[in-house]
Design a protein around this ligand. Structure first.
Ligand code: NDP
Length: 237
């Protein structure tokens, strides 16, 4: 079970959903470390540079965190990207680069984090999936494959590490207002919102609230679960 003031690590915590998660976990009293890949990290958090597609970068970041701050106990694998295109135009590189960042990246981070969690004999692995991992999406063969891959991975972590007091869950957002969805034109946004039973996009804070709960002792008996936060779009998938 995670302690009220644990060290939390949020990958891609410099903007979007990751930043909202970092703020929520900080408000819960945790010491939050965010990772950023590019630019300057926002103030108010410990920050380390990390590219989740590079194993050495993940290793270097963890060594720095463990030396200077301590062992992260709440791990939020949030960093992710899209490279949308219709399947007939999708190159191997389009497919593999998204899998590498979203799925293998989450594996690199959670595998490295597990080393510390096994010492602590407690912890939370929280993977940010997507509604499209359950229901698919035209133009997102690469992205939806990466997100459904997180489900099998999280459930395997849950089985392998449950006896050590470590939980692993996937939070599956629907469409959230961030840079990732800012590229959608007005018509597409309207079409998407019309398919969502709650009739609107989600805020990053609504995702962060659920992460905050899963990271807390109140969620100590939840593992191997997919928690949808999608306004009903996926109807539980
Ligand atoms: P943004 O595009 O706003 O932010 C993406 C974050 O991921 C940035 O912090 C970015 O860092 C980081 N990132 C991307 N690639 C790498 C990499 N190789 N190494 C390290 N960090 C990387 O996205 P969102 O906030 O919208 O998305 C966050 C997560 O939520 C993603 O996993 C996404 O798939 C998921 N999600 C988003 C939804 C949405 O509607 N927005 C819906 C469902 C799921 P940098 O700033 O350096 O580029």
């Amino acid at each position: 079970m995670s302690e009220p003031t644990s060290i939390a690590l949020v990958t891609g915590g410099n903007r979007g959903i990751g930043l909202a998660i970092a703020r929520a976990l900080k408000a819960d009293g945790h010491r939050v470390v965010i990772t950023y890949r590019t630019g300057t990290p926002p103030e108010g958090f410990d920050a380390v540079q990390m590219d989740v597609t590079v194993t050495a970068s993940v290793e270097t970041a963890f060594e720095k965190i463990e030396k200077e701050i301590g062992i992260p106990e709440i791990i939020v694998a949030n960093a992710g990207m899209t490279k949308d295109t219709l399947v007939m135009r999708m190159s191997d590189e389009d497919f593999e680069s998204v899998i590498n960042a979203n799925l293998t990246g989450a594996f690199r981070v959670s595998k490295r984090a597990t080393k510390g969690l096994l010492k602590l004999k407690r912890g939370r692995l929280i993977f940010i999936g997507s509604v499209v991992g359950g229901v698919g999406a035209a133009g997102q063969v690469n992205y939806s494959a990466s997100k459904s891959g997180l489900v099998g991975m999280a459930r395997s972590f849950a089985r392998e590490l449950g006896s050590r007091g470590i939980t692993a869950n996937v939070i599956a957002p629907g469409f959230v207002e961030t840079d990732m969805t800012a590229t959608l034109d007005e018509k597409r946004r309207g079409d998407i919102a019309a398919q969502v039973p709650l009739g609107r996009f989600c805020s990053a804070e609504e995702i962060a609230d659920v992460v905050s709960f899963i990271a807390s002792p109140r969620a100590s008996y939840i593992t191997g679960a997919i928690i949808p936060v999608d306004g009903g779009l996926g109807m539980g998938h």
